[in-house]
Design a protein around this ligand. Structure first.
Ligand code: KIV
Length: 291
């Protein structure tokens, strides 16, 4: 008997909050790693615009386009058909008109079959969140440290560390909720600030670099699996060393080809028939060809 895994819905995620069960998510951008995340029992996968750094080698997330995001969401959906997948709206895709923002959010659902979208910002984008939510799309708000506006913040800097800044983060989270977001993610804020938001909001509150008083955690795959070493945030924890394993594997492959130990007999196809017929063929053809 084949037991089909049931895909999580928003209702399951709300039930988890009710029961105090933490939701765990990670970013992924391709079908291979998405399938590993699904096998490992990940509750959600975010196809984050952190792909700008991890997949494309940019310094930040702002060059990422809608088409890149849609392609990577499609790949992740193919690799993790039973996982709750969130598409990340890239910089510029919800910064012009409300109509444009809804159009781009709809593309994620129609073209990439994701379950929800995420966008950065609070009060500044409440009109966009409202319109997208009214179109029937599940929205994750993202407040605190918002990487797409890191230039305006003076870099990837923690937010909410003074009472004035904490008030702004809390007001942003409140605005996101009131605009109709069904989830909020707090990034790069002190645990106390996140705990307060978690206490006052009735929707699930998740964190990355926001302490443990949350309904769940997300990590960027590059940090979690040791794949990206250009910049390692204070809050990251490395659960595997993919960079080390891959570099070591490649180095061994280079060595074996150069010394002639790869390919070995077990990697080679065998002639079908008589070897002497092949010897005759090669001899004949060598005479015919004569380059
Ligand atoms: O794009 C991303 O990886 C993110 C994480 C910081 C959660 O938004």
């Amino acid at each position: 008997e084949v037991i089909m895994a049931k895909k999580k819905t928003i209702l399951d995620l709300y039930k988890m909050k009710e029961k105090g069960e933490k939701a765990v998510w990670v970013t992924a951008y391709d079908s291979c790693f998405a399938s590993y995340a699904e096998k490992a029992g990940m509750d959600m996968i975010l196809v984050g615009d952190s792909m700008g750094m991890i997949v494309y080698g940019y310094q930040g997330t702002t060059p990422v386009t809608m088409d890149m995001c849609i392609n990577h969401c499609q790949a992740v959906r193919r690799g993790a058909p039973n996982t709750y997948v969130i598409g990340d709206m890239p910089f510029g895709s919800y910064h012009e008109s409300v109509e444009d923002s809804v159009h781009n959010a709809v593309r994620f659902i129609k073209e990439a079959d994701v379950d929800a979208i995420k966008l950065e910002g609070g009060i500044a984008v409440e009109d966009k969140i409202k319109a997208i939510a009214q179109a029937g799309i599940v929205v994750f708000g993202h407040v605190g440290l918002t990487p797409q506006s890191s230039a305006a913040m003076g870099g990837f800097k923690a937010q909410g560390r003074t009472t004035e800044s904490a008030r702004a983060v809390i007001n942003d989270a409140l605005a996101v909720y009131k605009a109709g977001a069904k989830f909020v993610l707090l990034e790069g804020v002190p645990e106390e600030v996140c705990a307060f938001v978690h206490k006052i909001l009735p929707i699930p509150v998740y964190g990355i670099g926001a302490g443990a008083d949350t309904d769940g955690q997300v990590l960027v795959i590059g940090d979690a699996l040791g794949m990206y070493e250009e910049f390692i945030p204070k809050f990251a924890k490395k659960y595997a060393d993919i960079a080390g394993a891959a570099t070591q594997g490649f180095a061994q492959y280079v060595k074996e080809v150069k010394e002639g130990t790869f390919p070995a007999p077990e990697h080679k196809y065998k002639i079908s028939g008589d070897v002497s017929e092949f010897d005759r063929l090669f001899k004949e053809m060598e005479e015919e060809i004569r380059l």
